[in-house]
Design a protein around this ligand. Sequence first.
Ligand code: HEC
Ligand code: HEC
Ligand code: HEC
Ligand code: HEC
Ligand code: HEC
Ligand code: HEC
Ligand code: HEC
Ligand code: HEC
Ligand code: HEC
Ligand code: HEC
Length: 329
Amino acid sequence: MMVKSALGRFGGLIILAMMWATAPLLQAGEPETAMTLEDAGAAVQAVEQGEYTKRGADTCLKCHDEDNEYPVFPIFKTRHAITTDERTPFAGLQCEACHGPGGEHGKRLRSGETRAPILNFGKDSWTPVKEQNRKCLECHENHQRIEWIGSLHETSDVACASCHQIHVSHDPVLDRDQQPDVCYQCHLSQRAQFYQSSHHPVREGKMTCTACHDPHGDDGSDRLVKATLRETCTGCHAEWRGPFLWEHAPAAEDCGLCHRPHGSNQPSLLKKRPPQLCQQCHSQRGHPSINADGSAASSRNPFVVIKGCLNCHFQVHGSNHPSGVKLTR
Ligand code: HEC
Ligand code: HEC
Ligand code: HEC
Ligand code: HEC
Ligand code: HEC
Ligand code: HEC
Ligand code: HEC
Ligand code: HEC
Ligand code: HEC
Ligand code: HEC
């Protein structure tokens, strides 16, 4: 098969040759990655101003067929291929709704000719990330109301295609069990946090990153699903939402003052253990966990043993008991 051998043996060379052929835009002799954003932008424009194929996907599939190294076909099992839904690519321009006009690219070549480029996706593609994402947003800004512009992933130049796979029957990032691994490609330290002794049950498959995060989010709130961190937490932990008769000021304000969101080696996702946790804010006066001479208190001191301060002030999130003002009941 023509495509197979081209992809298999000469793929890289052809890509380079293809890039040179499109350029005065490119500096001859330099590798693909040396293309400046401006050059790439101009190359995209050149593709976009080209003509569409007359027969759409049928033309593409003549070359990008079952024997191809890259499996294009599973897309027909996805929502993008529901032709009865007029909003989908396959109800319209088909492959070219995403890849741009392919009239030139899809031509049969005579010997010596190089293939014209067509838009491609992913972080290694020649097509700049902004241009890739613009293609997806042509539909998704309106239809799914993806609020992408201004989000941290957008401003960090992350491609839609770095998280989403289009040519697979099930996109892993939409799958409960597989989603975290997609995120860990870039967020390795968060993976380590979920392996700490106290952790939210993400690796147990009981919740996903998107239980708390909006991956497209634009509201400037750490891209959480709710407006504040506290609301995000109390969305599930409603028992600590309050209001309480006797509030504990930090719990009424921000759960993150005492808890880590992903994992911790202290129990209950705590940042520190009591009494140190509490003594970040409360003085030792009258409640010593050290002796007057500065030496450590005996291990039988009730301020230190077992739960420390929580031995008495166990209603640390607030109390509804009439005499719970000191959070002891
Ligand atoms: C006549 C054969 C032929 C037709 C028709 C054809 N292609 Fe290609 N296409 C190729 C070959 C060969 C390559 C590999 C080029 C290379 O590796 O440099 C390729 C590469 C691609 C790439 C990767 C480009 C890149 O820069 O990485 C995409 C995407 C693509 N084709 C999409 C399409 C679409 C969409 C259509 C229909 C509009 C289409 N092709 C029609 C032969 C064809
Ligand atoms: C909804 C948008 C969308 C549609 C429709 C679509 N593609 Fe793609 N295509 C993508 C994305 C995104 C990638 C990049 C996948 C990746 O990162 O591996 C891709 C990759 C490819 C590649 C692999 C290029 C390479 O890097 O080697 C080919 C070939 C291709 N598409 C052809 C087609 C053909 C043929 C059709 C129509 C049958 C089609 N595509 C329809 C979005 C689309
Ligand atoms: C021509 C319009 C169009 C383009 C272009 C397009 N999409 Fe879609 N996409 C749709 C429609 C319509 C749906 C189905 C929505 C629904 O059922 O509510 C969809 C569904 C999706 C879904 C959800 C799939 C699922 O199984 O739930 C994802 C993810 C997605 N698109 C990502 C992308 C990405 C990434 C790109 C760019 C590479 C892209 N789309 C380009 C129209 C488009
Ligand atoms: C950081 C990873 C990431 C990036 C980047 C990303 N997405 Fe998503 N996307 C997700 C996840 C995760 C979900 C599933 C959300 C959920 O479970 O609530 C999703 C869901 C979707 C859906 C389905 C929404 C629905 O309600 O059915 C569409 C459509 C979509 N994304 C399009 C896009 C487009 C378009 C872009 C680029 C502008 C993009 N995504 C960029 C991770 C990402
Ligand atoms: C292709 C790489 C990539 C992937 C995949 C990715 N991210 Fe990101 N993410 C980034 C970059 C880059 C930033 C910008 C800040 C940084 O460098 O940490 C970021 C930032 C974030 C932030 C905000 C951090 C802050 O400081 O406010 C969250 C939350 C986040 N990502 C969650 C996710 C989730 C959830 C997924 C999977 C659905 C995911 N990311 C997948 C690259 C990625
Ligand atoms: C229980 C809710 C929750 C879950 C589940 C969750 N996060 Fe977070 N994540 C948060 C909160 C809250 C913050 C903000 C922390 C802050 O501002 O102090 C955060 C912050 C982040 C950040 C910014 C850097 C940092 O660590 O502060 C990244 C990146 C991130 N999360 C990625 C992920 C990924 C990837 C997953 C899934 C594997 C995930 N999160 C699951 C609640 C969660
Ligand atoms: C999507 C629902 C959900 C959200 C949102 C959520 N949690 Fe959780 N949380 C859980 C589940 C489920 C468990 C595990 C309970 C179990 O194993 O019995 C848990 C456990 C905990 C634990 C106990 C951990 C341990 O090791 O015993 C703490 C503390 C906690 N969450 C605090 C928070 C904080 C703080 C936030 C906000 C950053 C938050 N949660 C957001 C569902 C959630
Ligand atoms: C002043 C520090 C502090 C703040 C602020 C705080 N917590 Fe806690 N939280 C603790 C301590 C200490 C424990 C351990 C209690 C114990 O072991 O009895 C705990 C335990 C928990 C648990 C596990 C309870 C159980 O029964 O296993 C959850 C869930 C929890 N907190 C949620 C929250 C939520 C939601 C918020 C914000 C509304 C919040 N916390 C704010 C200190 C705090
Ligand atoms: C982030 C700072 C902070 C942390 C951490 C903190 N507190 Fe507080 N706590 C406060 C503030 C502020 C008040 C309100 C003081 C006031 O109204 O005078 C308060 C009030 C109290 C009160 C009631 C005092 C009164 O006079 O009514 C008790 C008891 C208490 N905290 C115990 C604890 C314990 C036990 C811990 C550790 C589990 C802890 N606190 C952790 C800030 C904190
Ligand atoms: C043995 C039980 C016990 C332990 C352990 C304990 N407390 Fe108390 N705490 C009390 C009682 C009882 C009061 C109320 C005293 C009063 O009303 O005069 C109190 C009052 C307070 C107050 C309010 C101060 C005031 O002047 O009313 C704060 C703040 C406080 N404790 C913090 C802590 C911290 C932080 C720890 C851990 C280092 C801790 N407590 C450990 C019993 C305890």
